[in-house]
Design a binder for this molecule. Structure first.
Ligand SMILES: *[C@@H]1O[C@H](CO)[C@@H](O)[C@H](O)[C@H]1NC(C)=O
Ligand SMILES: *[C@@H]1O[C@H](CO)[C@@H](O)[C@H](O)[C@H]1NC(C)=O
Ligand SMILES: *[C@@H]1O[C@H](CO)[C@@H](O)[C@H](O)[C@H]1NC(C)=O
Ligand SMILES: *[C@@H]1O[C@H](CO)[C@@H](O)[C@H](O)[C@H]1NC(C)=O
Length: 299
C-alpha cells in the first residue's frame, strides 16, 4: 500500500469510528413468544448495526419469552422506561426499532416514560397499533390451554387484563363498549377515552422526527394487518364485523388523539407496505426502510 492509500484508509477508518461515536444509538424491542437471546432477536440488532454503523441492542423485559405473555404491558413499559434511563449511551437520545407486540411497549415508552431520554426515529415492524381483533393463539407452553380459554371467555376481566399481556391490545370490534370500559392498556395508549385524554402523551409522540410504519401484505398474525398503519374496524356496537377504516378515516387520526395526524401532515410518517408474512422483511427492504432512520446524528 502506498503512502497515499494508507492515509486514505486511515482517514476512512477514523471517519467510520467518528460516525459510530456520534450517530444516535438504537434499541430494539422484540415481540411476543420471543426474547433477546433467541436466534432472530439476537441477530436482527446485529444486522442493523452492521448495515447502519450505529450501536444498538435488544433490550430485554423481565425474563423474556414467558414475561412477554404474562406481564401486563403497563408493567413492561415501566421496566423498559427504567432501563433506558439507566443506559448512559442513550442519554442524548436514541432511535427505536420494534417488532410486533414490542411496538405497544415502544409506544408506551415514548408516551408514558417520564424524564426518559428523547426518542428521535421510531421504526415499527408489524405493530398492532390500533388493536388486534382476534385473540392470539398461545400454543407453546403447558399453561396455554388455560390462557387460550381465559382469553376467549373473559378477555376484558380484571384477571385476564392483569395476567396476559396481549389482553392489553385485543379490541373485539363487536364489543367496543366493554373494551372502552375494561381494557387497561390500548385505550390509554391511544387516548381513546373522551374524558381521560392526556395531552402529554400526544405532545411526546409528536416530538418524533420520523415514524416508519411497516405493514406486511400477507400478515395473518396482526388482524387486521392494517392495524400496523393504525387502520381498524369502525367503532360501534355491531353484531357482525364492522367496516374496516384506513388510518386516515379513524377518529384517532381525524381528531388527532395522539398526534398521528400532526406527524403525517408534517411529512414525518412513512406508511410502508411490504410483501411477505408477519415480520418477513428482506435485507434489501431493511436497507431501504429501516437503516436510513438509524443513521441520524443527535440534534
Ligand atoms: C455483522 O458483522 C460481523 C463482523 O463483520 C459479522 O461477523 C456478523 O456475522 C454480522 N452479523 C449479521 C447479523 O449480519
Ligand atoms: C398526563 O400524563 C403525565 C405524564 O405521565 C402525567 O404527569 C399527568 O399527571 C397526566 N395528566 C393527567 C390529567 O392525568
Ligand atoms: C354501544 O352501546 C352502548 C349502550 O347502548 C353505548 O353506551 C355506547 O356508547 C355504544 N358504543 C359505541 C362505540 O357506539
Ligand atoms: C402472499 O399471499 C399470496 C396469496 O396467498 C401469495 O400468492 C403470495 O405468494 C404471497 N406473497 C408472499 C411474498 O409471501
Amino acid at each position: 500500500m502506498g503512502k497515499k492509500q494508507f492515509s486514505v484508509a486511515v482517514a476512512a477508518t477514523f471517519l467510520s469510528l467518528v460516525h459510530i461515536v456520534v450517530s444516535v444509538p438504537f434499541i430494539m424491542l422484540h415481540g411476543i413468544s420471543a426474547e433477546c437471546s433467541d436466534h432472530t432477536n439476537s441477530n436482527f440488532p446485529r444486522l442493523l448495526s452492521n448495515l447502519s454503523g450505529s450501536r444498538g441492542s435488544c433490550v430485554e423485559i423481565g425474563n423474556g419469552k414467558s414475561d412477554s405473555w404474562l406481564m401486563p404491558l403497563t408493567k413492561q413499559v415501566e421496566i423498559v422506561c427504567d432501563k433506558v434511563k439507566q443506559m448512559k449511551e442513550l442519554r442524548l437520545g436514541y432511535n427505536i426499532v420494534a417488532r410486533s407486540q414490542g411496538n405497544l411497549v415502544a409506544r408506551g415508552l415514548i408516551e408514558f416514560c417520564d424524564d426518559g431520554p428523547p426518542v428521535y426515529n421510531y421504526v415499527s415492524l408489524a405493530g398492532p397499533h390500533a388493536g388486534e381483533s382476534s385473540v392470539p393463539f398461545c400454543g407453546c407452553y403447558e399453561w396455554c390451554d388455560i390462557a387460550d380459554k381465559l382469553m376467549e371467555k373473559n378477555i376484558y376481566s380484571d384477571f385476564v387484563q392483569d395476567h396476559l399481556a396481549p389482553s392489553g391490545y385485543i379490541k373485539i370490534p363487536t364489543d367496543i363498549s366493554e373494551y372502552m370500559k375494561s381494557s387497561k392498556y390500548l385505550p390509554k395508549l391511544n387516548n381513546e377515552i373522551p374524558n381521560e385524554r392526556n395531552s402529554t402523551y400526544k405532545e411526546r409522540f409528536t416530538r418524533l422526527k420520523n415514524l416508519v410504519l411497516i405493514m406486511f401484505q400477507n400478515d395473518t398474525v396482526i388482524v387486521p394487518k392494517e392495524s400496523s398503519w393504525f387502520g381498524f374496524y369502525q367503532d360501534g356496537n355491531y353484531t357482525s364485523q364492522p367496516p374496516l377504516l384506513s388510518a386516515q378515516q379513524t377518529k384517532l387520526y381525524t381528531e388527532d388523539w395522539i398526534g398521528l395526524k400532526t406527524l403525517d401532515v408534517a411529512g414525518k410518517v412513512k406508511f410502508v407496505s411490504l410483501p411477505g408474512g408477519h415480520l418477513q422483511i428482506a435485507t434489501t427492504d431493511v436497507i431501504k426502510y429501516v437503516v436510513p432512520y438509524l443513521q441520524n446524528q443527535p440534534s
